[in-house]
Design a protein around this ligand. Sequence first.
Ligand code: MLZ
Length: 525
Amino acid sequence: MGEYSFIFTVVCEMCGTTGNISTFFSKTKRFCSISCSRSYSSNSKKTSILARLQVRKYFSSLVFKQSFIFFTQVIQQSAAKAFSWGAYLEKETSLAASVSCFRHAPLCAQWDDITMGMKVEVLNTNAVLPSKVYWIATVIQIAGYKALLRYEGFEYDSSHDFWCSLVSGELNPIGWCAMTSKLLVPPQDVKQNIPDWKEYLMTKLVGANTLPVDFYLKLAENMRTSFRIGMRVEVVDPKYVSRTRMAVIDSIVGGRLRLVYTDQSDAPENTISDFWCHMWSPLLHPIGWSSTVGHAIKTPASVDAAASGWKGNCDSLFLLFKKPRFVYMEGAFFEEGMKLEAIDPLNLGSICVATIHKVLLDGYLMVGIDGTTSNNGSDWFCYHASSHAILPVNFCKKNFIPLTVPLGKSKRASIPSPLQLTALTPADFIFLQDYPGHGFSPNMKLEAVDLMEPRLICVATVKRCVGRLLLIHFDGWEDEFDQWVDHQSPDIYPVGWCDLMGYQLQPPPGLGKTPHLIAIPPCLL
Ligand code: MLZ
C-alpha cells in the first residue's frame, strides 16, 4: 500500500492539478489559477454533468467506454421527494435479495467477494474543505447493489452512516487515493481523540478485504451484449398472445430491449406501438423462429403497412438467443389434450387448470387456460416444455396455492381423470429437474418488471418461494398485481439495478418519485 497524503496538498477542482495550498488561487483555494476558476464558473451552468464526468474520467475510460450502456446523470425532478432504497429498507426492516441470486445481473458471479466489513475509499462528505477529499469507510450492510457505509473513526456511532451504490464508481479499493494522489482526510465529526490517524488506520486495515481490483472491469464486461439497435426480432404479440410479430430493437438498457413493431398499422393515432422485454425473455425469438417451430406470426395488415413500417437493418440470429433449458424425458413427451396446471400468461398471479392444445417443434407447446372465453385459440400461449410456468396436476394442492378453476366448475370437477393424471408425468418430471436451489426467501426486496406493463420496473417483495417459483408482490399495490416468476427470470433484478442502468424505478405509490434519469450518449465520455 502506498503512503497516504494528508491535507497539506490540494487538488484543483477544474483541472485536477495538485499543489501546495498556499500557492492556490482565491480565498477558497479551490483552483490552481484564475483561468481554472473562471472556466469552472462558466461551466457550472451546464449542471453537474460535466463536473461529474471529469471526476470520473479515470473511471469512465476504464469501465464504460466499451459498454453498451451509457453513463447516466441523475437530475432531481422538481422538489418531489426521491425514493431511497436505503431509507425504505430501514423503514420496512427488510433485507434485499443478494446480487448473487440473479444470474443475469452484472457481477452476479463476483458478488461473493463483496462482504460486510470490507473497506473502501470514498468521498468524505463530512469535511469542510475547499477541495474534494476522501476517507476510508467500512461496509456495514449490503442490500443488492447498495451498501451502508461508515467512515473509519466513528467506531460504533451509526449517526453518520450513509447508503451508496457499490457499482456507481464512487467507491474505490484501498490504495486508490495513494495511487491517484487523492487526499485522505478524517471526517470532522469524529468525537474520539485519535492522535495518530496513520497508525489507527493501519490497525483497522490489517486483514481487511477491499473491492477486487478488476471489479469495474468485470462490471463493464458483464454489461456488454451482442444485441444491437436496428436488429429485427420476433416477439409474442401481447394483444393476440397465440402469435408472434416482428419488431425492431429501438433501444437497449441493461440487457432490456425496447422493441418497436415493424407493422404500426394497429397503433393508435400519433403513437408508436412498442414492447419492453429482456434479451433473455422467453417471449423473444430470432427471425425465422415462428416458421421453424410452427408458431403463428402476424402478417402485415396490408402491403402498405409492410412497406411503410419500421424496417430495422439486420436480422437477429439464433446464436444470440438463450436456449431453453435442456429437457430430458424418458420415453414420453407432452401430447395434445393433456391436462396440467399453468401460470395464466395474462394474469401471472394465478395458476390455473390448463390443457395442451398443440405440440410444436423443438419442445414448444401451445397451452390454453381452461374456461377462457376465446374459442378460436387466440389466447393459447406458447410455453417451452422446460418452462417454469407449466406445472404438474396437483402442484397447487401440494403447495397450498389456490388453483384457479374454469368459471362455473367446482374445484372437484376440474380435477382431471386418472387417465389424464398418468399422462402428466412428463410435466412432473421436468419441473423437478434442473433446480439447484436459490438464495431467495420471503420478505426479501428486489426490483421487478410489471409484466403486464413491461416498461415498468417496480419496488417489489418476494412473497412466497415454492420450488423454482417466486411469488412477487409489488409494494403498495393490490395482491391482484402479484406475479409468479421463475427464480432465474430475467425480469427480476437486485436492489439498485435501475440506478446502475439509469432506468426509472417505480416506487410504491405515494412514496415519492425516483430521480429522473437522463442518459448521456457514449460519445460524451
Ligand atoms: N396503469 C396502471 C399501472 C399499474 C402499475 C402497477 N405496477 C405494479 C395503473 O395506474 O393502474
